[in-house]
Ligand binder design. Structure first.
Ligand code: CA
Length: 530
């Protein structure tokens, strides 16, 4: 077991297995026993601080450092982070939806082991071991502000203030120990203010973990009022698949309900204003949207023109939210600079999953397909991670917990299924790094009608099984020949060998990850709360 207090820059990277302790309970007990009580005998400069900035539904296509060909937005502060650290180009989530992703991040385990399968009313078991708890036991100060979305109260934090459920954009109520509070202002600013305020009041003798978790840019994509005119009425280039008809694919793609064309409602499209604005805010809102909505009603576009109008309105609003998130990142980086903390602070930026910005005609997430499977990940770790580096290995949100534990010199419990990214951050991907990845989505029946599915992902292929009472289909995609994932080749003879190999790999992964043969019974999954 590595010593708790040795800075990772000063020691040889241990093999992942060597960092793991026998059992979770023993691991936590040993850690607590081996760790000085908070505030004593810990050299804070020896261990890095951690600022973990986490947004909700932030598509990598909407970070300029990722170079989407549409060039949708400039995100100078996120780009700064990428330029001063490492950009991960293939960070995949295990289950592409809000709460489950958060549970995977906290526990380093897949949904079937952390118990938080979907967003439809489950409560996260807060008695589980999480990486913030382990850091706290090792002497870190820990805090979380913003979106939580796990239904139970946060555990493992010295300070927390979180949005109830999904949260709202303007004048948000929030929950904190002992009760409910209400803020005036824009949610991204409120969460950033709370984060900076906590940093300014922290115990400077100890390292810290700050989790700053934004609601933005989640549906219904409501920007800060100062950002309403951010794009000067730009007409956005559409993706190649905006008018996708799902030919070449099976019933799952045909039966979904998450299209810009059919699914978006008046609130999504800002044809109806949000209820929570005060009088001044409402005036600013109306001054922007009313004339544009009047022009839309006058022109009354139809068919593909209507889809393109909705797409443009969607991107205006979504990207306006990103402006706020980017500013938040800038404020946090500025604080670290001002306080002289930047050199010994790991800054992580990620989203709970990716998102469709019109690809396949969609908004939302859920699918094993690329835009929702992939999430942005930027990590700055001065002195360890080369500036401006780019990594294309398959990494995952279950890797975040072991990474941050190893970075802090804290043993990684054996039960954690992810693997530390520390060697990769040093620029040295282990020879046995994963070449395949297991994905599993459970939230059906539910909003958007995306069927349950699981599958295996490699650099080239995706083999996916859609399953349930009304569906039992397999699809295979060859991203090398079909990068937009438009053609199921599972029945084509020339792919028979590849399919067989992928089936074997899928079985191996399900066994290694201890995937339960049956999903939790339907009776344990309450009806969607919306
Ligand atoms: Ca989300």
């Amino acid at each position: 077991m590595p010593r708790v207090h040795v800075h990772p820059r000063l020691r040889i990277a241990p093999r992942p297995d060597a960092t793991r302790v026998a059992t979770l309970a023993l691991g936590l007990a040993a850690l607590i026993a081996a760790t000085s009580p908070p505030g004593r005998a810990v050299a804070s400069e020896a261990r890095p601080n951690i600022v973990f900035i986490f947004s909700d539904d932030h598509a990598y296509q909407a970070i300029s450092a990722y170079g989407d060909p549409r060039r949708l937005i400039d995100t100078p502060h996120l780009d700064r982070l990428a330029g001063e650290g490492m950009r991960f180009d293939r960070c995949l989530v295990t289950n592409s939806i809000c709460g489950p992703s958060r549970a995977c991040v906290l526990t380093g385990k897949y949904s079937h082991l952390n118990g938080f399968y979907n967003n439809t009313g489950i409560r996260f078991d807060g008695s589980q071991v999480t990486f913030p708890k382990l850091l706290r036991a090792a002497g870190y100060q820990t805090a979380i502000f913003g979106k939580w979305h796990l239904n139970s109260d946060p555990t493992g934090f010295d300070a927390w203030e979180v949005l109830p459920g999904q949260g709202i954009y303007y004048n948000p109520p929030m929950l904190k120990p002992g009760g409910r509070t209400k803020h005036h202002g824009y949610v991204t600013d409120v969460i950033t203010d709370l984060s900076l305020d906590w940093l300014s009041r922290r115990d400077r003798s100890r390292p810290f973990l700050l989790m700053c978790q934004h609601k933005a840019p989640h549906r219904e994509w409501e920007p800060a009022l100062r950002h309403l005119d951010h794009d000067k009425d730009r007409v956005y280039p559409p993706p190649a698949t905006l008018l996708d008809d799902y030919s070449g694919r099976g019933p799952a793609e045909h039966r979904q309900d998450m299209t810009i064309a059919r699914t978006m409602n008046d609130k999504d499209l800002k044809l109806t204003p949000p209820a929570q604005l005060d009088a001044d805010q409402r005036s600013a809102w109306d001054a922007y949207y009313e004339p544009r909505n009047a022009a839309f009603r006058r022109q009354a576009p139809q068919g593909a023109d209507l889809v393109r109008w909705k797409y443009n309105r969607y991107l205006h609003d979504y990207l306006g939210c990103i402006k706020g998130v980017d500013e938040s990142v800038g404020r946090l980086l500025d604080y670290l600079d001002r306080e002289g903390l930047a050199d010994n602070t790991i800054v992580v930026y990620a989203s709970d999953q990716g998102f469709y910005l019109g690809e396949h005609g969609w908004f939302d997430k859920r699918w094993i397909f690329e835009e929702s499977l992939r999430t942005p990940l930027l990590v700055r770790w001065p002195g360890v991670t080369k500036r401006g580096s780019v990594n294309a290995d398959i990494v995952s949100n279950v890797d975040f917990a072991p990474t941050l534990l190893e970075a802090a010199g804290v043993p990684v419990p054996r039960e954690i299924q992810g693997r530390s990214l520390v060697p990769i951050l040093r620029g040295d991907t282990p020879a046995d790094w994963r070449k395949s990845f297991y994905y599993h989505y459970y939230e059906y029946p539910a909003v958007h009608d995306v069927r349950r599915h699981y599958g295996v992902v490699t650099d080239r292929y995706k083999l996916v099984h859609f399953y349930g009472s009304d569906i039992d289909t397999w699809e295979l995609f060859d991203r090398q020949a079909d990068p937009l994932e438009l053609r199921d080749v599972s029945s084509e003879p020339e792919y028979a060998t590849a399919r067989k190999e992928l089936e074997a790999e899928l079985a191996r992964l399900r066994s290694a990850l201890r995937v339960t043969p049956q999903d939790p019974p339907e009776s344990e999954i309450p009806a969607p709360r919306r």
